[in-house]
Design a protein around this ligand. Structure first.
Ligand SMILES: Cc1cc2nc3c(=O)[nH]c(=O)nc-3n(C[C@H](O)[C@H](O)[C@H](O)COP(=O)(O)O)c2cc1C
Length: 367
């Protein structure tokens, strides 16, 4: 899917999705950690019937993963967020719309009324904007808020700078050259609704520049109370990268945390969520749900994270590669691949449901 995505989109778009920050070590190591997974399968158990569902923030999720929030999704493919949410709706999993989404909060709710919708919030310097977004999400039936907190400033993503990727895409000599290689992508961009952030006004520059300009670097754990005052659904905090922060958030009573380095797009040389997972689950797992993302590229990766104690997982690039490769059909294909891999791995591990997995069944081989 990744290779198909590369062929289907301009280089700047592929690199925006595929890349990480600075040396891309956070990204590479997060993926590498999953290569170190080693299972201890059990045999001779009856695994004829397998249940792939799990309970996520009080509701059944038909599969043990959800679609992570990703900004600028209509740039990857003109079908954008509604196509991804439609697949989530059909699969019975949650979909998180980003503050940097290219479909409005209300537009997505109208397009996919049945999907379980979450809203991912970036808190802007002008707090009234965040309050307004929460109000709109609540009115449009989004049941949980993901507060992303690993973006005090935008990560430096050199691929974006090198490729001259700006928001919205500009017609430069480079983009015109690109057009000749990807006429279908460009025709779709030029003939569908203009590509802008639906919840933010854009003023040019890379996404990293935009994050730095718009978002509040002054947000602290004290603000959880302010969020609670403005949001009555579940609150999940995404971007936790230290045991101490997990403990602070659990003490504050957040419903869930996501161990995440933003898919390696923010701090470079950050720690690896999968390696942090067991200690965090041990320390706070009885008080808050612990999710994980970053580097998940297969169903076995998901099974490994669950065995190490995650309540569930978020996938980002995996579904975006599908979207770029083939629109809604491509996202569906990714769900089919992941589901098949999860089911087969569970059966070969000798278990029939996600909650039968436990840490004794998996280890990370030393480097
Ligand atoms: C292209 C792209 C855009 C993203 N945009 C956002 C965003 O707007 N908000 C957010 O909280 N996370 C964003 N993320 C991070 C994802 O939510 C998630 O943490 C990450 O993709 C997980 O890693 P994976 O891509 O290896 O699965 C983005 C990730 C990608 C790849």
């Amino acid at each position: 899917m990744r290779e198909m995505a590369r062929r289907s989109t301009p280089k700047s778009v592929f690199d925006y999705t595929d890349g990480g920050s600075m040396s891309e070590s956070s990204l590479d190591r997060s993926r590498d950690a999953y290569r170190r997974v080693e299972f201890t399968p059990r045999i001779m158990r009856n695994v004829a019937d397998v249940d792939l569902s799990t309970t996520i923030l009080g509701k059944t999720n038909a599969l043990p993963f959800v679609f992570a929030p990703t900004g600028f999704t209509r740039m990857m493919h003109h079908a954008g967020e509604p196509a991804v949410a439609a697949v989530a709706e059909r699969a019975g999993i949650a979909y998180a719309l980003s503050t940097l989404g290219t479909t409005s909060i209300e537009g997505l709710a109208t397009a996919t009324p049945e999907v379980r919708r979450w809203f991912q919030l970036y808190v802007s310097r002008d707090r009234s904007q965040a309050v307004e977004l929460m109000r709109r999400a609540k009115e449009s039936g989004y049941d949980s808020l993901i507060l992303t907190v690993d973006t005090a400033v935008g990560g430096i993503r050199w691929r974006e700078v090198r490729n001259g990727l700006t928001i919205p895409p500009q017609l430069t000599l480079r983009t015109i050259l690109d057009m000749s290689r990807h006429p279908k992508w460009w025709a779709n961009v030029l003939t569908t609704e203009p590509l802008t952030f639906a919840s933010l006004s854009t003023t040019g520059g890379t996404v990293g520049d935009l994050l730095t300009r718009v978002f509040d670097p002054g947000i602290t754990s004290e603000d959880i109370k302010w969020i609670r005052d403005n949001w009555d659904g579940a609150v999940m905090v995404k971007g936790v990268q230290a045991l101490e922060d997990a403990q602070v958030l659990a003490d504050l009573g957040v419903d869930a945390i996501v161990l995440s380095n933003h898919g390696g797009r923010q701090i470079d040389k950050g720690n690896v969520p999968l390696e942090l997972l067991p200690s965090v689950v041990e320390a706070v797992g009885d008080r808050t749900e612990v999710y994980i993302d970053g580097g998940i590229m297969s169903g076995t990766d998901i099974v490994a994270a669950l065995a190490l104690g995650a309540t569930g997982t978020l996938v980002g690039r995996a579904y975006l590669y599908g979207l770029m490769a083939g629109g809604q059909g491509g996202v569906q294909r990714v769900v089919d691949i992941l589901s098949k891999e999860i089911k087969t791995t569970l059966q070969l591990m000798g278990v029939t449901s996600v909650d039968q997995l436990d840490p004794s069944m998996v280890r990370l081989r030393p480097y």
